[in-house]
Design a protein around this ligand. Structure first.
Ligand code: PEP
Ligand code: MG
Length: 550
């Protein structure tokens, strides 16, 4: 047995096989070739090898998880014979004289994008399969070892570090837990782990060379430990504790369908935070009353180019439709700092958290912003969408946003494209926004307090810097006073105020938030039912001015 400890970002326990995650070396390199015939032959040979690998996987899965779960490997084998797919690869090699791996990568991306844009949910799901088979071909072409990358069944991901784009690209159905050598508890990867309800440890001082894909491990998010090659006794204990956790979760089921109302009658709107369309499932499963924060920037990362208006429209429309009339607050692009997209060429900055990010990019590059606003407005026809702007520091920024918003509205009107005017709010996540929240409240429909960034900027603690985790204290009185001040200023202008940062899910503060008059809490889907129970158990002896939320 090998045991290590680290910092837990989500409490939970799991026993399962390990996948050592190695981030693919940037992108597949494009090389000029002189012999297209040889490259095409290499693709054909790789196709045969890939089908053999898949057949082995099919047989293994058939024994271990049954026919219906094994069928996917048959589907992948068939996809590898798809004529359009193969012809597209061959023709790219011939016409552009590029290497086989590059042609497979580009074709895979194109086909995946095409599937993802289809209306039919089954076809959309095929996008991931196309990526999968293309990755398999590339690994074979590049002479990489199959086992190193195998995450065929559900497994615990062990990595040096994971960027938000790594995590967003993983098939969440296949992740049992995360263990990383680096990373900070306030990073977006940690946020994703909490959203997915899976045990996750960061800052684990292990030597990745000693860990092999396929090893068993127990991740214990309660005590912050991971044990590789556990003995029988530990496996039995882990299984027992997993059962107990399941039982606890079952008890929380009683909270489903209940209203989030305090004992003295204050109704809190309890929403969920999501990062992608597929996360809506987690929100609904946990009975969220709406989406309080859709981090739209995840549509922009882990890819090679900006998402088109149509792609974005489809994503927003789907979320709105799936939420069936419940509120869906979509935050506009909050990229920069830890969330990077190479194609945007944002450049290296000394202090990226204080740099060119979020609304600053949108205001400086209004074409990017306008594309998103057009997609958002078009999607308003399909549900109850609100728009929220991140990283606001000044009233002039809001005025500028509204000027751009007006231009987009006019363009849509001129073209006869229908939309409904959405509620528009801002995130309060900089000390500047808190201090002028009285002025900002006059301009917008609502506030949502981003305590993650508000803590970082107020306490001058980089939320990405693991060394500073002990200094990152969202309970600091400065933060609580700022939340109170923001709530008072919102209410004085008849606007509602919510919290969508991680602190919103802090059960030790639920009562205090209701006392401050917070109208909405938007939390990780896995926390919705726990927060509802805390709200129901809460008395508010001194109610502050309650507000109605539209
Ligand atoms: C926040 O800063 O609290 C927030 C919700 O936004 P993000 O974590 O995406 O920066
Ligand atoms: Mg933020």
């Amino acid at each position: 047995m090998m045991r290590f400890t680290g910092r837990a970002v989500y409490k939970g326990i799991v026993l399962g096989p390990v996948t050592v995650w190695e981030a693919r070396d940037e992108q597949v390199r494009r090389r000029k070739i002189t012999d297209p015939k040889a490259e095409i032959q290499a693709v054909e040979k790789a196709g045969i090898e890939a089908k053999e690998q898949l057949q082995r996987l099919y047989e293994k899965a058939l024994k271990e998880v049954g026919e219906s779960n094994a069928a996917i490997f048959e589907v992948h084998q068939m996809m590898l014979e798809d004529e359009d797919y193969l012809e597209s690869i061959h023709s790219m090699i011939r016409t552009e004289m590029v290497n086989a791996s590059f042609a497979v990568a580009v074709t895979g991306d194109n086909f995946a994008e095409m599937f993802a844009g289809m209306d039919d949910a089954y076809m959309q799901a095929r996008a991931a399969d196309i990526k999968d088979i293309s990755d398999r071909l590339i690994r074979i072409l590049e002479g990489e070892d199959e086992a190193d990358h195998a995450s065929e069944g559900p497994s615990i991901i062990v990595a040096d570090d994971l960027s938000p784009s790594d995590t967003i690209q993983m098939d969440k159905e296949k992740i049992l837990g995360f263990v990383t050598v680096h990373g900070s508890t306030n990073s977006h990867t940690a946020i994703l782990a909490r959203m997915m309800n899976i045990p996750a440890l960061i800052g684990v001082p292990l030597d990745l060379d000693e860990i092999r894909t396929g090893m068993m491990a127990v991740v214990d998010g309660f005590e912050g430990s991971v044990t590789f090659d556990p003995d029988e006794e530990l496996c039995a204990q882990a299984k027992e504790r997993m059962k107990k956790e399941q039982e606890k979760r079952r008890l929380l089921e009683d909270m489903k369908g209940k209203e989030s109302v305090t004992a003295d009658g204050k109704r809190i709107h309890l929403y969920a935070n999501i990062a992608s369309v597929s996360d809506v499932g987690y929100a609904l499963e946990n009975d969220a009353e709406g989406i309080g924060l859709f981090r739209s920037e995840f549509l922009y990362i882990g890819r090679d180019a900006l998402p088109t208006e149509e792609e974005q429209f489809q994503a927003y429309k789907q979320v709105a439709q799936m939420m069936a009339g419940k509120k869906v607050i979509i935050r506009t692009l909050d990229i920069g700092a830890d969330k990077q997209a190479d194609y945007l060429d944002l450049g290296k900055e000394e202090n990226p958290a204080l740099g060119y990010r979020a609304i600053r990019i949108c205001l400086k590059q209004p074409e990017i912003f306008k594309t998103q606003l057009r997609a958002l407005l078009r999607a308003t026809m399909f549900g109850n969408i609100s728009i929220m702007y991140p990283m606001i520091t000044a009233t002039e920024e809001v005025r500028q946003i509204f000027r751009i918003f007006d231009e987009v509205q006019k363009e849509l009107k001129a073209k006869g494209i229908p939309y409904k005017t959405p509620e528009q709010g801002i995130m309060i996540e900089t000390p500047a926004a808190v201090m002028i929240s009285d002025e900002l409240a006059e301009l917008v429909d609502f506030f949502s307090i981003g305590t993650n960034d508000l803590t970082q900027y107020t306490l001058a603690v980089d939320r990405q810097n693991a060394k500073l985790d002990d200094f990152y204290d969202p309970h600091h009185r400065a933060i609580l006073k700022m939340i109170q001040m923001t709530a008072e200023n919102a209410h004085a202008h008849g606007k509602w105020v919510g919290i969508c940062g991680e602190l919103g899910a802090d059960l030790a503060l639920t009562e205090e938030f209701t006392r401050m008059g917070i109208d909405e809490l938007s939390v990780a889907p896995s926390m919705v039912l726990k927060v509802r129970r805390a709200i129901i158990d809460t008395h508010r002896p001194t109610a502050s001015c309650a507000q109605k939320q539209g």
